[in-house]
Design a protein around this ligand. Structure first.
Ligand SMILES: NC(=O)c1ccc[n+]([C@@H]2O[C@H](COP(=O)([O-])OP(=O)(O)OC[C@H]3O[C@@H](n4cnc5c(N)ncnc54)[C@H](OP(=O)(O)O)[C@@H]3O)[C@@H](O)[C@H]2O)c1
Length: 336
């Protein structure tokens, strides 16, 4: 057990050293500049065009590996970290908080309130927010979301709670997650009474799941000037080129990724694979680049637990798909 931990640590350390060496030799060209940051709606908060999701940071990874991933991401110019109180009962927030303590460079931290049916009172909202602040070791959360709209409370009541949190200086910007366009509009209208803009709607958005384009959410984000923070931008790893060691061809496609495949999905994967090969990029980089180019309101937050993938995800930025490549992917992933 102890020796396998040491091997894991050694592997991460070697990867980390390789990345540092590549930076020194000038091989790693992508460092996201502040001038390239996107804005969280009308909040004025500027974030890197790609963020990082931390919902699996606790999964079998030691604090050191997580901390190296965190530092490498900041070195590469990424400043936007996503967590939630429900991610392993606060462990993701705690790990992120530990990283923040060790590195004082400024980052934008987003977390989420889960409006469970048992949480009906303002005091419960404030207690949950205070607990998140304490785990993160911060006085303020930059972007605080309502995690999902399935709640016994009205959207208006939840926005009233949020407005109080902003007034008390515990939250800088207000977001919602998994909200429909209508629900977003209700949230934005209520916040307007307090002169607070709705900064973001975090929804699932990727090339295998383009619903925000069809269900009105992307259109509402444009109209209301709200950031569309795209979670699961790699559809939990289904949009990547790696093969999984030991997996059988029945469970894993030639491009990697577990899950049931449809012929439509295969067409999307083949298109991404061809463009990735021609461009000398990975499939995940092409998939992320497509989302970045789709709309300036879109901010994907791929989740990763290791330095190599984190750096690969950052390198999805700093180059652009051609019009033809963009259109080919658009057509392959549009409903037929
Ligand atoms: N608001 C919500 O309801 C909600 C729901 C789900 C998720 N989220 C947020 O969205 C974030 C991202 O979603 P997700 O993590 O579920 O899905 P995802 O980002 O689509 O995919 C994550 C998977 O992709 C792999 N991966 C990442 N970069 C890669 C690369 N360059 N090459 C190959 N594989 C790569 C990761 O493996 P490794 O760990 O090995 O890199 C992991 O298995 C979460 O962390 C969370 O913050 C929000």
């Amino acid at each position: 057990m102890f020796s396998s931990l040491r091997i894991v640590f050694l592997v991460y350390y070697i990867e980390f050293c390789q990345i540092c060496a590549e930076r020194k030799e000038g091989k790693r060209l992508v460092v996201i500049q502040e001038s390239e940051y996107r804005v969280l709606g009308a909040s004025g908060i500027r974030v890197s065009p790609l963020g990082t999701g931390t919902n699996r940071w606790w999964q079998g990874k030691d604090d050191e590996a997580v901390s190296q991933t965190f530092h490498s991401l900041i070195d590469a110019g990424l400043n936007f970290f996503d967590t939630a109180e429900v991610y392993n009962k606060g462990k993701s927030e705690r790990l992120l908080g530990n990283c923040l303590k060790r590195d004082s460079r400024p980052v934008i931290v987003a977390s989420k309130f889960a409006p469970y049916p048992t949480r009906l009172f303002r005091s419960q909202f404030m207690n949950a927010l205070n607990a998140s602040l304490s785990r993160l070791g911060r006085k303020t959360i930059d972007l605080y979301y309502i995690h999902f709209p399935y709640t016994l409370l009205s959207i208006e009541t939840l926005m009233d709670f949020m407005a109080q949190a902003v007034r008390e200086g515990k939250v800088r910007a207000v977001g919602v997650s998994n909200f429909s366009d209508k629900q977003m509009r209700r949230a934005a209208a209520r916040l307007e009474k307090y002169s607070i803009p709705l900064a973001a709607n975090q929804v699932r958005y990727n090339l295998l799941h383009r619903e925000p384009e069809w269900n009105g959410v992307l259109a509402a984000c444009r109209e209301l000037n709200v950031a569309l923070v795209a979670y699961r931008p790699l559809e939990r790893g289904r949009l990547k080129s790696n093969t999984i060691p030991g997996a059988t061809s029945a469970s894993v496609s030639p491009m990697g990724g577990k899950g049931k495949r449809t012929s439509k999905e295969q067409v999307i994967r083949d298109t991404l694979q061809t463009i990735a090969r021609q461009r000398g990029k990975s499939v995940s980089q092409v998939a992320l680049n497509w989302l970045l180019r789709r709309d300036s309101h879109v901010i994907p937050i791929p989740g990763t637990t290791n330095v190599r993938h984190a750096m690969e995800d950052v390198d999805a930025f700093g180059w652009q798909l051609s019009d033809d490549e963009f259109a080919a992917i658009d057509s392959a992933s549009s409903p037929s």
